[in-house]
Write a protein that binds this ligand. Structure first.
Ligand code: HEC
Length: 265
Protein backbone atom coordinates (compact mmCIF):
# COMPACT_ATOMS: atom_id res chain seq x y z
CA UNK A 1 0.00 0.00 0.00
CA UNK A 2 2.62 2.55 1.13
CA UNK A 3 5.04 1.37 -1.49
CA UNK A 4 2.29 1.85 -4.11
CA UNK A 5 1.84 5.53 -3.12
CA UNK A 6 5.57 5.98 -3.10
CA UNK A 7 5.80 4.50 -6.57
CA UNK A 8 3.08 6.93 -7.78
CA UNK A 9 4.95 9.89 -6.29
CA UNK A 10 8.11 8.75 -7.97
CA UNK A 11 6.28 8.40 -11.25
CA UNK A 12 4.86 11.94 -10.96
CA UNK A 13 8.36 13.25 -10.46
CA UNK A 14 9.35 11.91 -13.78
CA UNK A 15 9.13 14.56 -16.56
CA UNK A 16 6.53 14.14 -19.24
CA UNK A 17 4.61 11.29 -17.66
CA UNK A 18 0.89 11.06 -18.47
CA UNK A 19 -1.38 12.77 -15.89
CA UNK A 20 1.31 15.13 -14.77
CA UNK A 21 2.08 18.66 -15.95
CA UNK A 22 5.45 18.77 -17.45
CA UNK A 23 7.54 21.64 -16.18
CA UNK A 24 7.74 24.34 -18.86
CA UNK A 25 11.23 25.63 -19.31
CA UNK A 26 11.51 29.31 -18.34
CA UNK A 27 8.25 29.34 -16.30
CA UNK A 28 9.66 27.47 -13.39
CA UNK A 29 9.78 30.57 -11.13
CA UNK A 30 6.85 32.61 -12.52
CA UNK A 31 3.87 30.31 -12.56
CA UNK A 32 0.35 31.58 -13.29
CA UNK A 33 -0.38 31.75 -9.53
CA UNK A 34 2.44 34.20 -8.93
CA UNK A 35 0.90 36.60 -11.41
CA UNK A 36 -2.01 37.49 -9.09
CA UNK A 37 0.43 39.17 -6.76
CA UNK A 38 1.57 41.37 -9.56
CA UNK A 39 4.73 39.54 -10.39
CA UNK A 40 5.44 39.80 -14.07
CA UNK A 41 4.87 36.58 -15.78
CA UNK A 42 7.36 37.45 -18.35
CA UNK A 43 9.85 40.24 -18.76
CA UNK A 44 8.23 43.65 -19.64
CA UNK A 45 6.72 43.61 -23.09
CA UNK A 46 8.30 45.59 -25.83
CA UNK A 47 4.95 46.18 -27.65
CA UNK A 48 1.72 47.71 -26.23
CA UNK A 49 -0.45 44.72 -27.21
CA UNK A 50 1.65 42.59 -24.99
CA UNK A 51 0.60 44.67 -21.90
CA UNK A 52 -2.91 43.18 -21.99
CA UNK A 53 -2.08 40.07 -19.92
CA UNK A 54 -0.73 42.32 -17.11
CA UNK A 55 -3.95 44.43 -17.14
CA UNK A 56 -6.00 41.25 -16.76
CA UNK A 57 -3.76 40.33 -13.86
CA UNK A 58 -4.50 43.63 -12.04
CA UNK A 59 -8.25 42.89 -12.42
CA UNK A 60 -7.58 39.54 -10.77
CA UNK A 61 -5.75 41.31 -7.93
CA UNK A 62 -8.66 43.73 -7.44
CA UNK A 63 -11.14 40.86 -7.38
CA UNK A 64 -9.16 38.99 -4.76
CA UNK A 65 -8.51 42.07 -2.62
CA UNK A 66 -12.22 42.91 -2.87
CA UNK A 67 -13.13 39.42 -1.78
CA UNK A 68 -10.74 39.61 1.18
CA UNK A 69 -11.97 43.04 2.27
CA UNK A 70 -15.57 41.95 1.80
CA UNK A 71 -14.99 38.90 3.97
CA UNK A 72 -13.35 40.99 6.69
CA UNK A 73 -16.24 43.47 6.60
CA UNK A 74 -18.73 40.62 6.81
CA UNK A 75 -16.92 39.08 9.80
CA UNK A 76 -16.87 42.47 11.57
CA UNK A 77 -20.56 42.98 10.87
CA UNK A 78 -21.42 39.51 12.17
CA UNK A 79 -19.33 40.20 15.27
CA UNK A 80 -21.19 43.42 16.00
CA UNK A 81 -24.54 41.83 15.20
CA UNK A 82 -23.93 38.86 17.49
CA UNK A 83 -23.12 41.22 20.35
CA UNK A 84 -26.72 42.41 20.11
CA UNK A 85 -28.08 38.89 19.72
CA UNK A 86 -26.25 37.46 22.71
CA UNK A 87 -26.28 40.25 25.27
CA UNK A 88 -24.62 38.82 28.38
CA UNK A 89 -27.21 38.80 31.17
CA UNK A 90 -26.16 39.48 34.74
CA UNK A 91 -27.91 36.87 36.89
CA UNK A 92 -30.35 38.27 39.45
CA UNK A 93 -29.14 35.72 42.00
CA UNK A 94 -25.52 34.61 42.20
CA UNK A 95 -25.01 31.02 41.10
CA UNK A 96 -23.50 30.06 44.40
CA UNK A 97 -23.98 31.20 47.96
CA UNK A 98 -21.07 31.69 50.29
CA UNK A 99 -22.29 30.73 53.77
CA UNK A 100 -22.13 33.54 56.25
CA UNK A 101 -21.84 36.23 53.60
CA UNK A 102 -25.13 38.07 53.13
CA UNK A 103 -26.23 38.21 49.51
CA UNK A 104 -26.19 41.65 47.92
CA UNK A 105 -29.61 43.26 48.19
CA UNK A 106 -30.89 40.84 50.82
CA UNK A 107 -32.05 42.71 53.88
CA UNK A 108 -30.22 41.36 56.88
CA UNK A 109 -32.24 40.58 59.99
CA UNK A 110 -29.29 41.29 62.23
CA UNK A 111 -26.15 39.37 63.02
CA UNK A 112 -27.65 37.14 65.72
CA UNK A 113 -29.50 34.37 63.86
CA UNK A 114 -27.96 33.84 60.44
CA UNK A 115 -29.33 30.30 60.17
CA UNK A 116 -32.97 31.04 61.14
CA UNK A 117 -35.35 28.64 59.42
CA UNK A 118 -39.08 29.15 58.99
CA UNK A 119 -41.24 27.45 61.59
CA UNK A 120 -43.73 24.93 60.23
CA UNK A 121 -47.43 25.28 60.94
CA UNK A 122 -47.79 22.61 63.60
CA UNK A 123 -51.56 22.60 63.21
CA UNK A 124 -50.96 21.19 59.73
CA UNK A 125 -47.73 19.18 59.90
CA UNK A 126 -48.46 17.25 63.12
CA UNK A 127 -51.56 15.69 61.55
CA UNK A 128 -49.54 14.30 58.66
CA UNK A 129 -46.40 13.48 60.65
CA UNK A 130 -45.05 9.92 60.63
CA UNK A 131 -45.24 8.94 64.32
CA UNK A 132 -43.66 5.52 63.68
CA UNK A 133 -40.69 7.19 62.03
CA UNK A 134 -40.51 9.56 65.00
CA UNK A 135 -40.33 6.59 67.36
CA UNK A 136 -37.45 5.23 65.29
CA UNK A 137 -35.60 8.55 65.48
CA UNK A 138 -36.16 8.64 69.26
CA UNK A 139 -33.75 5.68 69.55
CA UNK A 140 -31.00 8.26 69.24
CA UNK A 141 -32.33 10.17 72.23
CA UNK A 142 -32.67 7.04 74.33
CA UNK A 143 -28.95 6.56 74.80
CA UNK A 144 -29.24 9.52 77.18
CA UNK A 145 -32.97 9.85 77.91
CA UNK A 146 -35.53 7.48 79.35
CA UNK A 147 -38.88 8.07 77.68
CA UNK A 148 -41.15 5.92 79.89
CA UNK A 149 -43.69 7.12 82.42
CA UNK A 150 -42.13 7.23 85.87
CA UNK A 151 -38.80 6.21 84.36
CA UNK A 152 -35.45 7.33 85.74
CA UNK A 153 -33.17 10.16 84.70
CA UNK A 154 -30.15 8.96 82.78
CA UNK A 155 -27.38 11.19 81.37
CA UNK A 156 -30.27 13.48 80.50
CA UNK A 157 -33.61 13.92 82.30
CA UNK A 158 -36.59 11.65 81.75
CA UNK A 159 -38.63 12.95 78.80
CA UNK A 160 -42.12 11.57 79.60
CA UNK A 161 -44.63 14.32 78.88
CA UNK A 162 -41.93 16.66 77.57
CA UNK A 163 -44.27 18.59 75.23
CA UNK A 164 -45.40 21.74 77.10
CA UNK A 165 -43.44 20.68 80.21
CA UNK A 166 -41.59 23.65 81.71
CA UNK A 167 -37.91 23.65 80.87
CA UNK A 168 -35.52 22.28 83.54
CA UNK A 169 -38.42 21.33 85.80
CA UNK A 170 -37.45 17.85 87.04
CA UNK A 171 -36.32 18.29 90.62
CA UNK A 172 -34.61 14.88 90.56
CA UNK A 173 -32.28 15.98 87.80
CA UNK A 174 -29.31 18.30 88.06
CA UNK A 175 -29.54 20.64 85.07
CA UNK A 176 -26.75 22.82 83.79
CA UNK A 177 -27.10 26.48 84.73
CA UNK A 178 -27.58 27.21 81.02
CA UNK A 179 -30.63 24.94 80.85
CA UNK A 180 -31.92 26.08 84.24
CA UNK A 181 -31.77 29.73 83.21
CA UNK A 182 -35.29 29.46 81.80
CA UNK A 183 -38.47 27.57 82.63
CA UNK A 184 -40.36 28.42 79.46
CA UNK A 185 -42.46 25.43 78.40
CA UNK A 186 -41.19 23.07 75.69
CA UNK A 187 -43.72 24.03 73.06
CA UNK A 188 -43.70 22.40 69.64
CA UNK A 189 -41.86 25.45 68.33
CA UNK A 190 -39.25 25.47 71.11
CA UNK A 191 -38.55 21.75 70.68
CA UNK A 192 -38.34 22.21 66.91
CA UNK A 193 -35.75 24.97 67.26
CA UNK A 194 -33.82 23.29 70.09
CA UNK A 195 -33.52 19.86 68.48
CA UNK A 196 -32.06 21.30 65.32
CA UNK A 197 -28.98 22.51 67.15
CA UNK A 198 -29.15 22.28 70.99
CA UNK A 199 -25.87 24.14 71.57
CA UNK A 200 -26.99 27.03 69.42
CA UNK A 201 -30.38 27.50 71.11
CA UNK A 202 -29.17 26.84 74.68
CA UNK A 203 -25.50 27.83 74.65
CA UNK A 204 -23.66 25.97 77.38
CA UNK A 205 -26.10 23.06 77.68
CA UNK A 206 -24.61 19.75 78.69
CA UNK A 207 -26.74 17.95 76.13
CA UNK A 208 -23.93 16.94 73.78
CA UNK A 209 -26.14 16.03 70.85
CA UNK A 210 -25.33 17.54 67.45
CA UNK A 211 -28.97 17.99 66.48
CA UNK A 212 -31.33 16.84 63.74
CA UNK A 213 -30.84 18.94 60.60
CA UNK A 214 -33.90 17.58 58.81
CA UNK A 215 -37.06 19.52 59.67
CA UNK A 216 -39.24 16.52 58.76
CA UNK A 217 -37.25 14.28 61.14
CA UNK A 218 -37.88 16.77 63.94
CA UNK A 219 -41.58 17.03 63.09
CA UNK A 220 -41.95 13.23 63.13
CA UNK A 221 -40.00 13.00 66.39
CA UNK A 222 -42.05 15.75 68.07
CA UNK A 223 -45.25 14.04 66.92
CA UNK A 224 -44.00 10.89 68.68
CA UNK A 225 -42.84 12.73 71.83
CA UNK A 226 -46.34 14.25 72.00
CA UNK A 227 -47.83 10.78 72.43
CA UNK A 228 -45.66 10.16 75.52
CA UNK A 229 -48.20 11.63 77.89
CA UNK A 230 -51.38 10.73 79.78
CA UNK A 231 -53.05 13.68 78.08
CA UNK A 232 -51.15 14.56 74.89
CA UNK A 233 -50.82 18.27 74.17
CA UNK A 234 -53.50 19.56 71.81
CA UNK A 235 -52.67 20.08 68.15
CA UNK A 236 -53.34 23.76 67.35
CA UNK A 237 -55.85 24.62 64.62
CA UNK A 238 -54.23 25.01 61.21
CA UNK A 239 -53.14 28.54 60.39
CA UNK A 240 -55.62 30.46 58.20
CA UNK A 241 -55.04 30.37 54.44
CA UNK A 242 -52.41 32.67 53.05
CA UNK A 243 -53.71 36.24 52.46
CA UNK A 244 -52.68 35.96 48.80
CA UNK A 245 -55.79 33.85 48.21
CA UNK A 246 -58.25 36.36 49.68
CA UNK A 247 -58.85 38.56 46.59
CA UNK A 248 -60.16 35.57 44.64
CA UNK A 249 -62.29 34.50 47.60
CA UNK A 250 -63.62 38.07 47.90
CA UNK A 251 -64.69 37.99 44.26
CA UNK A 252 -66.45 34.66 44.65
CA UNK A 253 -68.45 35.86 47.66
CA UNK A 254 -69.05 39.61 47.39
CA UNK A 255 -70.80 39.79 50.78
CA UNK A 256 -67.95 38.14 52.65
CA UNK A 257 -65.81 40.26 54.94
CA UNK A 258 -62.15 40.55 53.86
CA UNK A 259 -60.03 38.10 55.83
CA UNK A 260 -58.02 39.72 58.58
CA UNK A 261 -54.44 38.52 58.98
CA UNK A 262 -53.88 36.24 61.97
CA UNK A 263 -52.63 38.03 65.06
CA UNK A 264 -49.23 36.77 66.17
CA UNK A 265 -49.14 34.80 69.39
C1 HEC B 1 -25.54 12.54 74.45
C2 HEC B 1 -26.67 12.49 75.34
C3 HEC B 1 -27.98 13.08 74.85
C4 HEC B 1 -28.65 12.78 73.71
C5 HEC B 1 -28.27 11.81 72.60
C6 HEC B 1 -29.87 13.55 73.75
N1 HEC B 1 -29.91 14.32 74.86
FE1 HEC B 1 -31.37 15.59 75.43
N2 HEC B 1 -30.36 16.08 77.06
C7 HEC B 1 -29.15 15.56 77.47
C8 HEC B 1 -28.69 16.23 78.66
C9 HEC B 1 -27.38 15.95 79.39
C10 HEC B 1 -29.67 17.17 78.97
C11 HEC B 1 -29.63 18.18 80.11
C12 HEC B 1 -29.07 19.44 79.49
C13 HEC B 1 -28.66 20.53 80.47
O1 HEC B 1 -29.00 20.43 81.66
O2 HEC B 1 -28.01 21.45 80.00
C14 HEC B 1 -30.72 17.04 77.98
C15 HEC B 1 -31.86 17.83 77.95
C16 HEC B 1 -32.89 17.68 77.05
C17 HEC B 1 -34.11 18.40 77.07
C18 HEC B 1 -34.53 19.42 78.10
C19 HEC B 1 -35.25 18.66 79.17
C20 HEC B 1 -35.86 19.52 80.27
O3 HEC B 1 -36.30 18.92 81.26
O4 HEC B 1 -35.86 20.75 80.16
C21 HEC B 1 -34.85 17.98 76.02
C22 HEC B 1 -36.21 18.45 75.61
C23 HEC B 1 -34.07 16.96 75.36
N3 HEC B 1 -32.88 16.81 75.98
C24 HEC B 1 -34.51 16.29 74.24
C25 HEC B 1 -33.72 15.37 73.55
C26 HEC B 1 -34.18 14.67 72.39
C27 HEC B 1 -35.56 14.77 71.77
C28 HEC B 1 -33.14 13.90 71.96
C29 HEC B 1 -33.09 13.03 70.73
C30 HEC B 1 -33.21 13.66 69.46
C31 HEC B 1 -32.06 14.12 72.86
N4 HEC B 1 -32.43 15.01 73.83
C32 HEC B 1 -30.81 13.51 72.77
C33 HEC B 1 -28.44 14.59 76.79
C34 HEC B 1 -28.78 14.05 75.56
Amino acid sequence: MLSGIYATLRRNDAPGTAGNVAPVPGEAHYSAKCAVFGFPREPAAAFPQDVEPDLMDSFEVNKILGAVLGTLLFITAVGIGSDFLFLPETPVKPGYVVPGVPAAGAESTGPTQPTEEPLPDFGTVLKTADVAKGKEISQRCQQCHDLSKGGPDKIGPNLWGIVNRPRASRSSYSYSSAMASSHAPWTYENLFRYLRSPQEIVPGTKMTFAGLPSAQDRIDLIAYLRTLSDSPAPIPPPAPAAPAKTPAAGKAAPGAKPATPAKPG
